[in-house]
Design a protein around this ligand. Structure first.
Ligand code: ROI
Length: 164
């Protein structure tokens, strides 16, 4: 085996105790033998992107290393969503837990079930700011330097949550 791929996963929840949902998802990722060096950003709270008649979100980004190919990795993320009883009522609506494969090394992936870099990444402050905390010098394929994207994406209402 050559080198593991560096992966970033976005976590989001706005139902059923979002902070606990995120903690559970991080614990589940730490438990997967094929995922190494799992570390999580701070948790952030913010207003929903999309319909405003839903609770605020809690978001974070996890960085990890793996030799898994994108599809098996995606299946692991989906299994964790299912284990946490993922509810998704409507498009762009409330959800118990979302695990989005944001970045897979420097690869661009365009499959029916998976687009990497994740669609909308450049407009989502709740992804960019936690990413900056983890990897300030990151370069995002097709989109450019993270620092550049951050400078074009206002932080607005995004707040770091104090963690105990
Ligand atoms: N808005 C925020 N703030 N955080 C999310 O994780 C999130 N996820 C989504 C939509 C509905 C687009 N809005 C969000 O899927």
């Amino acid at each position: 085996m050559s080198k593991p791929v560096q992966v970033f996963v976005g976590l989001g929840s706005n139902l059923n105790q979002p902070v606990e949902q995120l903690k559970r998802a991080v614990a589940a990722l730490l438990d997967v033998v094929d995922l190494n060096g799992v570390r999580c950003s701070s948790f952030y709270s913010g207003k929903p992107m999309g319909p405003q008649d839903q609770p605020d979100y809690v978001n974070a980004v996890v960085q990890l290393e793996t030799y898994l190919k994108p599809r098996p990795l995606l299946q692991i993320l989906q299994r964790i969503e299912e284990q946490q009883g993922r509810i998704r009522e409507r498009r762009w609506g409330e959800r118990t837990i979302d695990l989005d494969l944001l970045l897979y090394g420097d690869q661009c992936i365009d499959l029916p079930e998976l687009t990497v870099p994740h669609i909308g990444l450049a407009e989502r402050n709740f992804v960019l700011y936690p990413l900056q905390e983890m990897a300030p010098d990151l370069y995002i394929p097709q989109l450019g330097a993270l620092a550049q994207l951050i400078s074009a994406c206002p932080r607005t209402d995004l707040q770091k949550i104090k963690q105990t």
